[in-house]
Design a protein around this ligand. Structure first.
Ligand SMILES: C[S@@+](CC[C@H](N)C(=O)[O-])C[C@H]1O[C@@H](n2cnc3c(N)ncnc32)[C@H](O)[C@@H]1O
Length: 273
């Protein structure tokens, strides 16, 4: 059983921010925009905001003044989020950030009262089924749209292919579903669980693919992602760790040279109550 929580570094979030922005499904933003109130300030709660990447991506796509309330349990990441706020709104209106040190699995509807939108990015697959069910109940009680982006969908593809890719991918998949002190993580089951949970409460749920497609222009991110992918797979399967050195050297050299194309599937989800 793994001891949690694992901290996420701001360097890693920094490195992935451009690829995250390219991957998120912007047509879901259009759906949400059509439902916006005609006037007044948008109040957006970003859950597990990390260094604030979601706000920097989304705030400039939305019109009107905005208050972003950014929640995370990591005070260092909240500090980065506060010091790198989003740019202005689509129509030039001001965007203000407020940070809250929170455990998002313990939020109650009052913590999110008055929200126009609730967002989270790269979060759902890190949750357990019970945690997600609790969050769905809280969001449903608040009653506003919810945009949940970049949840891992379980498929990873490397090109050129290598016979060992499948073994590493299988061990990585198991790692994403590992048992922790909080319970078993949802990993690639998270999107189906979230969509099912919101639909059972009567909400409309829209799903869109939001894959990372990393090539020569993302060599740094591809190499860092590959390192984490291999580490997780080897942590999961000790036998794999013994035989993967040459594979790791070869794949990392390809990634650093921009000679490895990596596709990591994600799914974005918009909930319209
Ligand atoms: C993969 S990062 C994603 C950060 C950000 N949403 C983004 O897309 O760049 C996951 C974030 O979830 C936060 N986190 C995980 N579990 C949390 C919890 N129970 N309460 C608050 N924050 C949590 C971590 O501190 C980290 O910042």
């Amino acid at each position: 059983m793994t001891v949690e929580p694992i901290r996420v570094s701001s360097e890693w979030l920094d490195l992935r921010e451009p690829a995250d922005g390219d991957a998120r499904a912007s047509d879901l933003v259009e759906h949400f925009r059509r439902q916006l109130p005609a006037a007044g300030r948008l109040v957006i709660h970003d859950l597990a905001c990390g260094s604030g990447s979601m706000g920097r991506w989304l705030a400039p796509l939305l019109p009107g003044p905005q208050l972003w309330v950014m929640h995370d349990r990591d005070p260092d990441l909240l500090e980065v989020a506060a010091s790198h706020p989003p740019g202005r709104a689509a129509d030039g209106a001001s965007v203000v950030v407020d940070t809250r040190l929170s455990d998002i699995t313990r939020l109650c509807p009052d913590d999110l009262a008055g929200a126009t939108l609730i967002t989270a990015s790269a979060l759902l697959d890190l949750m357990t089924g019970d945690e997600l069910a609790g969050l769905i109940d809280v969001c449903a009680e608040v009653g506003c749209p919810v945009l949940l982006t970049l949840s891992v969908a379980g498929r990873v593809e490397l090109a050129p292919a290598d016979p060992l890719d499948r073994c590493v991918a299988a061990a990585f998949g198991e790692h994403q579903r590992r048992a922790t002190a909080r319970g078993r993580l949802l990993g690639p089951h998270a999107v189906a669980a979230a969509a099912g949970g919101f639909r059972r409460l009567g909400a409309d749920v829209l799903l869109r693919p939001s894959p990372w497609r990393l090539g020569a222009a993302h060599a740094g991110l591809a190499a860092e992602w590959l390192t984490g992918w291999l580490d997780a797979a080897c942590e999961q399967e000790a036998e794999l760790a013994a035989g993967v050195d040459a594979y790791a050297d070869r794949r990392l050299a390809q990634a650093r040279a921009g000679e490895l194309a990596v596709t990591v599937d994600h799914t974005d989800l918009l909930v319209l109550p």
